[in-house]
Design a protein around this ligand. Structure first.
Ligand code: ATP
Ligand code: PRP
Length: 212
């Protein structure tokens, strides 16, 4: 058996991913007792978990230092990269939307529209496709502040319950696309560790299906 190193996105996706991997048959007691450790070998010597920030999961998998990764489709769309996207894990589900003050019409008027987003590439691609001239401002978080402080006409962000928008007096202006966590695989590892990675994909796919 060859070791499979799996990069998990820390934070919001971590617990849901852990529960899915447990249903797929992994013993994750070591993850639950990790403290501040970032590399967690699992018993049996088949798997090692690596805890990373979302965009870094893409980097580690693309470069082959991790074989497999779990990351949101939002991060994949924003950063791109060369790897196989093999499974929709159907967790961390939310959607990309354009949001702003209710009634904002981004196609009205001739002035350049200012759009704030944690996802500047996704935002730029959307407005380019809509034929709307937009200046994109990269914001690191709490992007809902941008229209409230009149920095931007609107934002592009992920919306789950809609609570953050609602409680800040904002509304969805346009729905873009659904987002959920994906399993990604390094292209070389997919060949060199075909048997082990194939078995992992099958067991996780079954756990996803059983949960529906
Ligand atoms: N409100 C949400 N509902 C569902 N999934 C979400 C939500 N916010 C984020 N996600 C998913 O979880 C992933 C990780 O989000 P998380 O907030 O933990 O990290 P982040 O966006 O990098 O922020 P931070 O800088 O605080 O770590 C996102 O890339 C997305 O796929
Ligand atoms: O529709 P809701 O259920 O309210 O969720 C959406 C919010 O969650 C995310 O923010 P996050 O909590 O990750 O904080 P951040 O803005 O600092 O990234 C996202 O950027 C929205 O602000």
């Amino acid at each position: 058996m060859q070791l499979i190193r799996i990069a998990l996105t820390k934070g919001r996706l971590e617990e849901q991913t852990a529960r899915l991997l447990e249903r797929a048959g992994m013993d994750l007691a070591a993850l639950r007792e990790k403290g501040r450790r970032l590399i967690i070998p699992l018993p049996g010597g088949c798997f090692e978990l690596v805890l990373a920030k979302a965009a870094d999961v893409l980097t580690y998998v693309e470069r082959g230092v991790c074989d497999v990764g779990v990351v949101g489709r939002d991060t994949i769309l924003e950063h791109g990269g060369s790897f196989y996207e093999v499974l929709d894990l159907r967790l961390g589900t939310c959607r990309f939307a354009v949001a702003g003050l209710p009634g904002t019409d981004l196609s009205a008027g001739h002035e350049k529209k200012v759009i704030a987003s944690k996802y500047p590439n996704v935002a730029a691609a959307h407005f380019r496709q809509r034929g709307i001239d937009a200046e994109i401002i990269k914001i690191e978080g709490s992007v809902e502040l941008a229209p409230l402080l009149h920095l931007a006409h609107a934002i592009v962000d992920i919306v789950e319950s809609g609570r953050t928008l609602r409680e800040n007096g904002l509304a969805v202006l346009e729905e873009l696309m659904p987002v959920s966590a994906r399993m990604i695989v390094n292209t070389t590892a997919m060949k060199l560790k075909k048997h082990e990675i194939g078995a992992l994909i099958d067991s996780v796919a079954r756990a996803v299906e059983e949960d529906i």
